[in-house]
Design a protein. Structure first.
Length: 396
């Protein structure tokens, strides 16, 4: 069965001074229009009225005709319309109870981005030219686009470190389901080892944040001493942002390589349904848990499995994978975190993490055999937890 995958290809580019100024104006206008529309919809909500995208689009036309907001005509109208569409999606998610009420965009904290549709850019012979610009962007082509495809949407952004990015959304015909295999693996995440597989393999935790912790602390101390609003403070802030970006890039690269390898090698991948949002509330482990990026790992694993025809099963977070003997099924009453190896009454010696991964795999295969659903970590569709239907896994 042929699949059609929309895939975003992200590249860095180096704008000219004129292009940088144009894009900065566009970012500001996008933020202004979004905030104006949000304020209008919020005021209408207090009056028990509903305002949709079409009405905010008509408001935008009126705003452009005013003397105060006449500068909105200086940039392309497409990113402004896209900002209104994004606001409409935000309200749809709010009314669908999938997100909180939309918030206003901040000039200092919000992401700087602008989205262009096909009517606002030209892509020919590998050269991308945006509306209101005479010259194409100087893109660093780190990898080619799929042959014979053109982007349907282009998003330009600038991060806190001052780096410019362009993301192109394309149909990628090269993404096809992989040949089916009978391989299955249980994956237990941790801090001492980032991943422990049911095969016994342990993947070390790179601890990317720890490698730059001294440099980051030094840069943050320098930032704290700068006068607010000064040019030196802006330079110090960019230094801190560059260190954070370097850490995030290394972490993202590691997770992409791991998830791609696991999806290619295995047909079924079983993970634990962890609530990372609650785990980072632990002040002692918050930094280490955040650096491990378990939520990002799961997100990458899920969408790549969907691309390549694999299956990801999430087992209930309350399933006692560490306390259960994978050989005889005996359940221990307690298993403190400092116990890394233990011996069951049946005589089987266990490594805590490897045993947990084996139990997760067995639970996941039981899910597949019984045809029951799994409880999702976020708002993705799912059914009841498998462990609630398998009574031998529960304590009496």
């Amino acid at each position: 069965m042929a699949t059609r995958v929309k895939r975003a290809f992200k590249y860095r580019f180096c704008p000219t001074d004129v292009q940088a100024a144009e894009l900065s104006r566009t970012f500001g206008c996008v933020r202004k229009v979004y905030n104006l529309a949000l304020a209008a919809r919020t005021q209408a909500w207090t009056r028990q009225e509903r305002v949709n995208y079409n009405q905010t689009s008509a408001m935008l036309t009126v705003w452009k005709r005013t003397e105060e907001l006449a500068y909105l005509n200086e940039v392309s109208s497409v990113p402004l319309q896209q900002a209104l569409r994004h606001l409409q999606v935000a309200f749809a998610n709010f009314f669908g109870k999938r997100a909180k009420y939309p918030r206003f965009k901040s000039r200092k904290k919000s992401r700087k981005s602008a989205e262009y549709t096909t009517s606002a850019f030209r892509f020919r012979d590998g050269r991308l030219t945006l509306a209101k610009m005479r010259e194409p962007l100087a893109i660093v082509w780190s990898r080619p686009l799929p042959e014979g495809v053109s982007p349907s949407t282009v998003t330009v952004s600038q991060d806190a470190a001052g780096r410019w990015f362009v993301s192109m959304l394309c149909d990628d015909p090269s993404v096809q389901p992989l040949p089916a295999t009978d391989m299955a693996v249980g994956i237990d995440v941790g801090l001492n080892h980032l991943l422990t597989l049911s095969t016994g393999e342990k993947i070390s935790n790179p601890r990317h944040e720890r490698r730059d912790r001294v440099a980051l602390a030094k840069a943050q101390r320098r930032l704290a001493k700068k006068e607010k609003g000064s040019a030196n403070r802006a330079k110090a802030r960019r230094t801190v942002a560059r260190i954070h970006a370097r850490i995030a890039d290394r972490r993202r690269d590691t997770l992409h390589k791991l998830t791609t390898r696991l999806v290619r090698e295995n047909q079924t991948l079983v993970i634990e349904d962890l609530s990372v949002r609650n785990m980072v509330k632990n002040r002692i482990l918050a930094r280490a848990v955040s650096d491990a990026a378990w939520a990002d790992f799961r997100s990458l694993l899920e969408y790549k499995a969907q691309w390549y025809g694999r299956e990801v099963i999430a087992v209930d977070r309350w399933f006692p994978s560490s306390k259960l003997c994978s050989a005889c099924g005996a359940l221990r009453e307690r298993m403190p975190l400092n116990v890394r190896t233990w011996t069951c009454g049946c005589g089987t010696a266990h490594d805590r993490d490897v045993n947990a991964a084996k139990n997760l795999l067995a639970a996941g295969l039981a899910v597949t055999a019984c045809g029951v659903g799994v409880r999702p970590q976020r708002s993705t569709p799912g059914g009841q937890s498998a462990t609630k239907q398998e009574t031998p896994w529960r304590e009496p």
